[in-house]
Design a binder for this molecule. Structure first.
Ligand code: GLC
Ligand code: CA
Length: 540
């Protein structure tokens, strides 16, 4: 069994985790300070979002030096300390690698845009305008806001367009150029030599584009909101999942496999083809896993839809590849907000729903990824217009952007939630007085303690880590599934509704944990479920 199939990953957005030097921005030392917390919680891997040199237009997803730490976050020796401390606590560390594009401030781009014949002229994707001066094709930037914007930006100096899938400050690298590829592998080597256990590959579906740069095969449509895409699936065909990209991913895998310790690779494969592309990218010899963004975006409180969603993942992956599950990340609204949209939910109901989502995440067949703060039930934070920091958020306004899920981790009920001593780069959520780590550590029924118990159970329960997944008949609004490993069976019951339900599991068991029942309670046949209650039962 590969170690990462049994591990639980935890994403840290370093700007917002812990500020160690009082400038209102989280940093690497701050993450190191909190390694004890992560180890107490019981996760196995910490994934740290970008902390590399960057003008921070896209908060680090716009890199100007792949092999250095941005001073905002500290320096290389802070990073080495972090890895050392984590490893001491048996926590692995993975980091982001952003190879689809660089920042426009990267010296490579500065040189590239200088002339049409400099040594790096071909390191990015440059094209002449069409006859009438218009961009080379109809592709629309993935960072378009309320109106469609071209993926091509005109450069007065070269009198050519360059391609940018995301913001215009993020020019796309030319993966066809062997020198570019060489540098990319050198960057991976650099971090592997600094002890990382693997990588998250940003925007990895898009490395290679259609070599003919043909128009997108359907019309230009833009996102209706952050996670409700109205782009036709065919829209992505020209720059997602090209065969050349899959070959590049195989080379990356070979390279990682030349290091000891089985380095993990997780691809961010964003495209509306969802599952089908995740599978392509994670077949043997490619990425270890792809983030299941499809699950994250479609998860709702409609039990039947959720069952179908999970079945699709589980059967399409089968034994071909290994699935993952994700509830949230730095690009999406907080899970509680998404699940309670349009509902009158008080604090207690929100807690139950956070636990319901946690139960799913940690009992399905696949590797779970927890987004920082999810384990305490953090919610979206309202960001006033003049505080919007996310470049895409600015373009989307008055629709909501990504800042809402990137606000400071709530450690205690202090003025800045124990994140910093000074005003933080994004406002702290006003619910910090009850939703915070310190409080929840003391409260037996908190979301935090539920996560902690679930993580412990998962670690000691073979069916939950490795077992097959099977769904059983249950009353409307309830999910009833089992995880089976040889003769060992674990039953999971989740009530997605606000009314009481009863399920007959037709067997005898013992409650491992649940959001309503007590651990150790015996069950026999019929089990009553309170509104939104989740129960995990070991079959005896
Ligand atoms: C990925 C990141 C996102 C970033 C984009 C461009 O989707 O998750 O935060 O803005 O890539 O790098
Ligand atoms: Ca700081």
């Amino acid at each position: 069994m590969n170690w990462w199939k049994e591990a639980v990953f935890y994403q840290v957005y370093p700007r917002s985790f812990k500020d160690s030097n009082g400038d209102g921005i989280g940093d690497l030392k701050g993450v190191t300070e909190k390694i004890d917390y992560l180890s107490w919680l019981g996760v196995d891997v910490v994934w740290i979002s970008p902390f590399f040199k960057s003008p921070m237009n896209d908060f680090g997803y716009d890199i100007s030096d792949y092999k250095d730490v941005d001073p905002i976050f500290g320096n290389m020796s802070d990073f080495d300390d972090l890895v050392e401390e984590a490893h001491k606590k048996k926590l692995r560390v993975i980091i982001d690698q952003v190879y689809n594009h660089t920042s426009d401030q990267h010296p490579w781009f500065v040189e590239s845009r200088n002339s049409r014949d400099n040594p790096k002229a071909d390191w990015y994707i440059w094209k002449d305008a069409k006859k009438d001066g218009v961009p080379p094709n109809n592709w629309v930037s993935l960072f378009s806001g309320t109106k469609a914007e071209s993926m091509w930006e005109w450069d007065e100096n070269r009198k050519q367009y360059y391609l940018h899938l995301f913001g215009k400050e993020q020019p796309d690298l030319n993966w066809q150029n062997p020198d570019v590829k060489h540098e990319i592998f050198e960057s991976m080597r650099f971090w592997l030599e600094h002890g990382v256990d693997g990588f998250r590959f940003d925007a990895a579906a898009h490395y290679h584009k259609d070599p003919k740069f043909r128009d997108a095969s359907t019309g230009v449509q833009i996102k209706e909101s952050l996670f409700k895409s109205v782009r036709d699936v065919y829209y992505w065909d020209r720059f997602s999942g090209r065969p050349e990209t899959l070959l590049a991913v195989e080379e990356i895998r070979d390279f990682l496999d030349s290091y000891p310790g089985e380095k993990v690779s997780v691809g961010e494969i964003s495209a509306d083809m969802g599952l089908c592309l995740y599978l392509l990218f994670t077949l043997p010899g490619r990425f270890s896993m792809a983030f299941n963004i499809d699950f994250m975006e479609k998860l709702s409180l409609d039990a039947e839809k959720v069952r179908q969603l999970i079945k699709n993942v589980d059967t399409s992956f089968g034994d071909r590849a290994w699935p993952s599950y994700v509830l949230g990340n730095h690009d999406n609204f907080r899970i509680i907000n998404r699940l309670t949209e349009g509902m009158e939910a008080n604090h207690d109901t929100k807690k139950k729903i956070a636990k319901l989502a946690a139960t799913l995440l940690l009992t399905l067949r696949g590797t779970p990824f927890i987004y920082y703060g999810e384990e305490i039930g953090m919610e979206n934070t309202h960001i006033p217009y003049d505080k919007i920091a996310d470049p895409w958020g600015k373009a989307l306004w008055p629709k909501t952007g990504r800042d809402v899920c990137r606000t400071p981790m709530q450690w205690n009920d202090g003025e800045y939630a124990g994140f910093s001593d000074v005003e933080s780069w994004l406002p702290v959520n006003s619910n910090k007085s009850c939703v915070n780590v310190e409080n929840e550590m003391k409260d037996r029924n908190s979301v935090l303690n539920y996560y902690k118990i679930l993580l412990k159970i998962r670690k000691n329960n073979l069916p939950l880590r490795r077992g097959n997944l099977e769904f059983w008949d249950a009353p409307e609004g309830v999910l009833f599934y089992t995880r089976t490993f040889f003769s060992m069976r674990t039953v999971i019951l989740i009530n997605f509704t606000s009314s009481e339900k009863e399920v007959n599991i037709k067997e005898k068991g013992k409650v491992l944990t649940g959001s309503g029942k007590n651990t150790g309670e015996d069950v026999n046949g019929k089990v009553k479920l309170l509104p939104f209650e989740s129960i995990i039962i070991e079959i005896l």
